[in-house]
Design a protein around this ligand. Structure first.
Ligand code: F6P
Length: 313
């Protein structure tokens, strides 16, 4: 789930209904297709969800869908119910499932929804803006206590193996550093960043650390332990924001993005497009084949790294 998904469900359902199509909602993602959990959607049944977080249709990680048996059951449900096309909302796992379904003759179009914003072919994914604003709210509060105690607050931010959330939130919170997988910072560099501030009589530091962990290294606790071990003059406290980042009322940006992508997804299905993701690039709707959308790694913007470095002096 990601904030903004309900606004997307509303947009998909209403624009399809407006085109004279019948719409069902699949409950619990692909698992709902396997276990035949579908509900009729009307223009009214999606009323008053544009502003709610979570997913009104629920969601599930569904390993069964990746098995031939699971896929066969899903295809059978589609055939039995006469489903002519599916709009799936999610990240790369969702895209892979949709690719397999399309191969089996069920046309799919995807809307990118993940707080990680790690899909290269779109500038933004649903939920990223809301999650970032949640991080800002939490870190602003941490700054108060951190400043009172003259401490370093090491905050772990979600994003799986991508640093977009950590990097952007670091700039917006005025953090001293961001540790992201795309630009590995070692503990000496980190101490230099913090020490630089201390020497300039800053009395608190905030470091945002991406949750990405490899070979037992990474994450906020790892960096805080190493920092305090090697530089005992720093007093550090760790905060892991966790799933708080996935909840909450979607921001205006996420609601508008969800509404645009939902309408564009139905346009695409009507035009006979399949196996594509609907995204947004330079504020324009784009249609990108799944294989391209999944394949390319999204690079972090080096300009953002520079901005943080320059502004954290
Ligand atoms: O992909 C979204 C995300 O919230 C990641 O940032 C995080 O690593 C992961 O999902 C957590 O997954 P789960 O909710 O299954 O624990």
């Amino acid at each position: 789930d990601a904030p903004g998904m309900n606004a997307a469900i509303r947009a998909i359902a209403r624009s399809a209904i407006d085109d004279g199509l019948e719409v069902v909602g699949i409950k619990g993602g692909y698992s709902g297709l396997i276990h035949n959990k579908l509900i009729d959607l009307s223009a009214r049944s999606v009323s008053n969800i544009v502003y709610s977080g979570g997913s009104f249709l629920f969601t599930d990680r569904c390993p069964e869908f990746a098995t031939p048996e699971g896929m066969a059951k899903a295809v059978e449900t589609c055939k039995k119910l006469g489903i002519d096309g599916i709009v799936a909302i999610g990240g790369d796992g969702t895209f892979r499932g949709a690719t397999d379904l399309t191969r089996k003759g069920i046309p799919c179009v995807c809307v990118p929804g993940t707080i990680d914003n790690d899909i290269a072919s779109t500038d933004y994914t649903l939920g990223f803006d809301t999650a970032m604003n949640t991080v800002l709210e939490m870190v602003d509060k941490l700054r108060d206590t951190c400043q009172s105690h003259d401490r370093c607050s090491v905050v772990e931010v979600m994003g799986r193996d991508a640093g977009f959330l950590a990097q952007n939130a670091a700039i917006a919170t005025g953090a001293e550093a961001a540790i992201i997988p795309e630009d590995q910072t070692d503990v000496d560099q980190l101490a230099t960043f913090i020490g630089r501030g201390v020497r300039k009589s800053k009395n608190s530091s905030i470091v945002l650390v991406s949750e990405s962990k490899k070979d037992g290294t990474g994450g906020a606790q790892y960096y805080a332990d190493r920092l305090v071990h090697e530089y005992p003059e720093f007093e550090a406290r760790v905060t892991i924001l966790g799933h708080l980042q996935r909840g909450g009322i979607p921001t205006a940006n996420d609601r508008i993005l969800a509404s645009r992508l939902g309408v564009a997804a139905i346009e695409a299905l009507k035009d006979g497009q399949r196996n594509i993701m609907v995204g947004v690039k330079n504020d324009q709707i784009v249609y990108v084949p799944f294989n391209k959308a999944i394949r390319i790694d999204k690079p972090i913007d080096r300009e953002l790294i520079n901005v943080l470095n320059v502004l954290s002096i």
